[in-house]
Write a protein that binds this ligand. Sequence first.
Ligand SMILES: NC(=O)C1=CN([C@@H]2O[C@H](COP(=O)(O)OP(=O)(O)OC[C@H]3O[C@@H](n4cnc5c(N)ncnc54)[C@H](O)[C@@H]3O)[C@@H](O)[C@H]2O)[C@@H](O)CC1
Ligand SMILES: Nc1ncnc2c1ncn2[C@@H]1O[C@H](COP(=O)(O)OP(=O)(O)O)[C@@H](O)[C@H]1O
Ligand SMILES: [Mg+2]
Length: 275
Amino acid sequence: MEQLTDSILTKVIKNRPANSHKGTFGKILLVGGNQNFGGAIIMAASAAVYAGAGLVTTATDSVNLDSLHDRLPETMFINYHDKVQLSNSASSVDTVVVGPGLGDDVRSQEVLLTVFANLSDQQTVIIDGSAITMMSKYKIDQPAGHVIYTPHQMEWQRLSGITISDQTIENNSQVARQMNATVVVKKHHTEIYTVDNKVYQLPIGTPAQATGGMGDTLAGIVGGFTAQFTNKTDAVLAAVYAHSAIAEQIAQNHYVVLPHQITESLPQFMNKYAN
Ligand SMILES: NC(=O)C1=CN([C@@H]2O[C@H](COP(=O)(O)OP(=O)(O)OC[C@H]3O[C@@H](n4cnc5c(N)ncnc54)[C@H](O)[C@@H]3O)[C@@H](O)[C@H]2O)[C@@H](O)CC1
Ligand SMILES: Nc1ncnc2c1ncn2[C@@H]1O[C@H](COP(=O)(O)OP(=O)(O)O)[C@@H](O)[C@H]1O
Ligand SMILES: [Mg+2]
């Protein structure tokens, strides 16, 4: 197992070519936010935009449209109950983040199945929150694409069948190896199990991060990084590291770190490491 350091940031975050345009930095679709959890997808989409994704579309319940655009005018919007629009977008973007605040009822399941049915091998899909819970609850198969799961320990228990107290590196690796996916098991000192069977641990992070929306924000950063940086595994590692490194900086003089504070710090933080 390897400990992550800030060298992953300089490895991944590159100066932007002078002749680039928004298309250079990836098209990303974020899917989530039911009538109760709209904040989750707003936080995830905001993180993706501030992490530098080129073109961001948010598919959510239409009840969330006004607050979404109020917070984040940079994103486009789709009503996720519109199957045609959701299918077209899911099949045409480079990267999909699905799950933050999606909920786990049958209507949420319908949305998830539509997204999964429209993915193909060239795409990257980050599966978070309710999407993970629903895959276990409704026994939904892993979709096509480069798959990245971002479960917290309870979601990992649901997905892997390993109870939280048995989630050792060895047990986690054994299950992750059979999944053909990258798995980010989120906790204090998060672990990342990569597709090529390596294990990384995050040695930083603070209990000031223990607040709702912190993982939704991470999912958006992972989406933003994988959308614009070539090596997908390194992009995940850098996203996980940046999320907690920013949190630690804020926590030096704040008792609790709010997810949107991390998001707002991203452009300045990334600029320090770009080379
Ligand atoms: N503002 C919003 O709209 C928010 C929406 N959220 C969404 O709510 C949905 C349900 O997710 P939840 O995670 O709240 O509910 P879950 O039921 O999936 O998991 C939460 C439970 O897991 C337990 N747990 C054990 N180990 C844990 C660990 N290491 N990290 C986190 N929890 C651990 C917690 O104590 C809690 O009882 C998701 O779609 C999520 O994205 C949450 O992110 C909270 C904020
Ligand atoms: N005590 C802690 N130390 C370090 N990181 C933490 C701590 N508590 C929570 N986090 C981080 O906060 C995030 C929480 O994710 P998650 O539980 O999915 O939140 P949510 O679904 O509410 O957005 C993870 O990245 C986790 O590693
Ligand atoms: Mg979560």
